[in-house]
Write a protein that binds this ligand. Structure first.
Ligand code: AHR
Length: 506
């Protein structure tokens, strides 16, 4: 058996965990909105046409904020299409996903849905095919109290109180050649600076996210961040990171995907701090990791992609990946990686939420269920609160094709001071057997003995096991036994597993 050790030390604070770390993302893409959150004919639909079974699952998932309405979609989106009387809203081609957008659900409806699930709106503006004026118009429509043409239009459309959106994305993935309006860093940086400056002229307290790279392997990675931040530094609070991982057959490297995410985060922090130094600024830029997940992009490219000049379906099945236990273990490890950078990753959005590369799946007229990835997210969101702690993990290593030597066990701890509770989240990447993890509680003093311990894991002898329409409860968290020996806890982490250890008040 492999061996690993970590220490729970309240003094080893990395930083406060922002509630926005547990955000998600919902795009007008495939069946995320239509037949996802919204299905008026469904037996569980409420008076607004929203599925209440999905609302309950989103609440259980614990999603703090939702980025909307895209994604690639936003780069061709006219926000005006999505407000006003539904019968008068135009149908539009969505060039990003080669579909037809009906605009049946728009800003007002989405905010109504967010109110039901209890999440904050993170709104993206189109800087692909549009610019400063359209962003300002949307800002005035959404946030201005009244007395102007656009704010009165909102009121006439049924919303007296402003939406008061606090956090805004300045476009989406503008470094990507696939993006409508794809730009160089200089072009985008200038446009983002002008847009951000104008938005701040309206409200200096807005929180703005400038687009970073679509992945650490983009050819412009690093330089893109330097240039765009140089242009926008004083106007923005965040730079975005996006990262998707998939198992291409090299399981060892796939299980180590957190190493890439860690490199990505460190590099962006270093670049942001470099620009800070050059500018002599006293402000630091945080990371909004506003797209992260497992995504079988190759399946989309080779099988799902829609083409044909006469073929623009409404809400087709797109990007409906089924997630395995191994996927969920990697997914849980990505949350661990972000928590290890909680001081600088203060906003994040799991991409996405329903049906589209999602933890929640639905069938039209039928059931909604939890994918394997639902469990690590829900558990980390529920218990990974307060302050992130460096757990000083030590373990053996294994050799990977992509990342060289990688630790078998990665982990982070959290401390909710108010509740007086602790959590440890750990991933065991070993494929050949369990790892005995020793958790040293000495630093908790007498408190250690007073806390109740529960250990739950996501693992399965079949790492390809998944929850499906036919078998929606095949995979769930299960209790793990542990032993307590003075101030030492011993837990046997199964091979390829994600585990949470909770220390709570009895
Ligand atoms: O989440 C799916 C897509 O991935 C988003 O629309 C885009 O921003 C990214 O490339």
């Amino acid at each position: 058996m492999h061996a690993a050790r970590l220490t729970l030390q309240p003094a080893a604070s990395i930083g406060a965990i922002s509630p926005r770390l547990y955000g998600s993302f919902l795009e007008h893409l495939g069946r995320a909105v239509y037949d996802g959150i919204y299905e008026p004919g469904h037996p569980s639909a409420d008076a607004d046409g929203f599925r209440t079974d999905v609302i309950e699952l989103v609440k259980e998932l614990g999603v703090s904020a939702v980025r909307y309405p895209g994604g690639n979609f936003v780069s061709g989106f006219r926000w005006e299409d999505s407000v006003g009387p539904r019968g008068e809203r135009p149908r539009r081609l969505d060039l990003a996903w080669h579909t037809t957008e009906t605009n049946e659900v728009g800003l007002h409806e989405f905010q109504a849905w967010l109110d039901k699930v209890g999440s904050e709106l993170m709104l993206a503006v189109n800087l692909g095919t549009r610019g400063v004026q359209e962003a300002l118009d949307l800002l005035e429509y959404a946030n201005h109290r009244g007395g102007t043409a656009l704010s009165e239009q909102r009121i006439a459309n049924g919303r007296t109180e402003p939406f008061d959106v606090r956090i805004w994305c300045l476009g989406n993935e503008m470094d990507g050649p696939w993006q409508l309006g794809h730009s160089t860093a200089e072009e985008y940086g200038r446009l983002a600076a002008k847009t951000a400056g104008a938005m701040k002229a309206y409200d200096p307290d807005l929180e703005l996210v400038v687009c970073g790279s679509s992945g650490s392997s983009m050819p412009t990675f690093g330089e893109w961040e330097r240039v765009t931040l140089t242009e926008t530094y004083e106007h923005v609070e965040y730079i975005s990171c996006h990262a998707y991982y998939e198992n291409t057959g090299d399981l060892g490297s796939f299980l180590a995907s957190g190493v890439d995410m860690d490199f990505f985060i460190r590099s962006v922090i270093a670049t942001a701090d470099h620009v800070k130094a050059v500018r002599g600024s006293d402000k630091s830029i945080d990371i909004s990791f506003d797209e992260w997940n497992i995504w079988y992009i190759s399946r989309f490219e080779n099988v799902d992609r829609i083409t044909g000049v006469d073929n623009w379906p409404i809400a087709p099945r797109l990007l409906e990946d089924t997630y395995s236990v191994a996927d969920a273990v990697v997914f849980g490890s990505l949350l661990i990686t972000m928590l290890k950078h909680a001081d600088r990753v203060t906003s994040a959005s799991l991409a996405q939420l329903v049906n589209v590369i999602a933890p929640i799946m639905t069938e039209p007229g039928g059931a909604a269920w939890r994918q394997t990835t639902f469990f690590p997210f829900a558990a980390t969101s529920a218990h990974g609160r307060g302050v992130a702690l460096d757990a000083a993990v030590s373990s053996g290593t294994y050799r990977t094709e992509k990342f060289g030597e990688v630790a078998l066990v990665d982990a982070v701890a959290t401390h909710d001071e108010e509740a007086g509770t602790y959590a440890v989240f750990a991933v065991n990447r070993a494929v050949d057997g369990p790892t005995e993890l020793v958790v040293d509680l000495t630093a908790l003093g007498a408190r250690a003995g007073e806390l109740e311990v529960t250990v739950r894991t996501l693992s399965d002898p079949d790492i390809d096991a998944a929850n499906t329409r036919e078998d929606p409860e095949r995979v769930a968290l299960t209790d793990l036994p542990f032993t307590r020996d003075g101030d030492l806890l011993r837990v046997e982490l199964p091979a390829v597993s994600w585990t949470e250890i909770l220390l709570t008040n009895p």
